[in-house]
Design a protein around this ligand. Structure first.
Ligand code: AKG
Ligand code: FE2
Length: 276
């Protein structure tokens, strides 16, 4: 197994099957520190360029079958097509997102990305990093491993994630745009709406195409091969519009605290356009 993993990830920098090694201990320590400080941990050069290339080629082959998701939503990821616009409430500021999604069942078992996701070593690595007693891959045949393809003008607009954390791996950067931006701790753990004004201001400024650098918006420096752990439940984030003909390609690796977790029918239809 180790040799398989060594052909996929930069093993000397991330020896994920050797949890007692000094390098592993240091990687985990640094990532946990970044998560605590900023709500995001970046592990650059995690996947080898040969594995990235093979995964991208395999993705492009199945891309014609991918579901094209276009949705109008607010920051809480609720569909709001019928709502009328009241500019002072974040829940009523609607923006559009679009991307294509390749599902777990469409990804070949021999694709390096899928081999990595299906390895127990990877699940254990994420579990240790996140300090969980147990962690399981999502059992859903569509939703377990996804590859999101953002072509020219595609974007994922401002939102909070429903899940507590997300594990992603950037496979390909576009020529321009397609940046991952976030506002650390936009809201507190409790359910209150603070700071609503900041959210509203950011949303309206970005809709108007204004500069967001004064609004506490951070931009992550993601390169192809970077593994990202992001706590997106309380930090509003987005992917800016992709510019140029080269797509942004990003893998989403899903994990759960319980075994045998499947998505409900509503979620499958919304994100994948089919039930099976
Ligand atoms: O594409 C990304 O980098 C982030 C994706 C994201 O935020 C999401 O799928 O909820
Ligand atoms: Fe997200």
């Amino acid at each position: 197994m180790t040799s398989d993993i060594e052909r996929i990830i930069n093993y000397s920098r991330y020896p994920i099957t050797e949890p007692n090694s000094a390098i592993f201990v240091e990687v985990i320590k640094r990532a946990r520190h970044e998560l605590n400080e900023k709500g995001i941990a970046l592990l650059p050069d995690f996947m080898l360029s040969s594995a990235l290339k093979e995964t991208i080629t395999d993705t492009e082959q199945v891309l014609p079958k991918a579901f094209r998701g276009i949705s109008d939503h607010n920051v809480y990821l609720e569909d709001c097509k019928e709502e009328k616009l009241e500019l002072n409430r974040p829940s009523q500021i609607i923006s559009r997102s679009s991307k294509s999604c390749v599902t777990h069942d469409q990804i070949n078992p021999s694709t390096p990305l899928k081999k990595l996701y299906m390895s127990q070593a990877m699940t254990d690595f994420v579990r240790l990093l996140l300090q969980r007693e147990v962690l399981y891959r999502t059992a859903d045949p569509l939703g377990a491993l996804n590859v999101h393809v953002y072509k020219e003008r595609d974007q994922l607009n401002w939102h909070f994630d429903r899940g507590e954390f997300a594990v992603t791996l950037l496979l390909q950067s576009p020529e321009r745009g397609g940046h991952f931006q976030y506002i650390p701790s936009t809201r507190t753990q409790s359910k209150n709406n603070y700071p609503r004004e900041m959210k509203t201001t950011t949303l309206l400024a970005s809709q108007a195409g204004k500069d967001l650098s004064d609004l506490g918006v951070k931009q992550a420096d993601l390169q192809p091969g970077t593994l990202v752990i992001f706590c997106g439940r309380n930090s509003m984030h987005r992917v800016t519009p992709v510019q140029g003909s080269k797509s942004r390609i990003l893998a989403v690796l899903s994990y759960e605290q319980k075994p045998d977790v499947f998505l409900n029918e509503y979620t499958r239809m919304k994100f994948y356009g089919r039930l099976r």
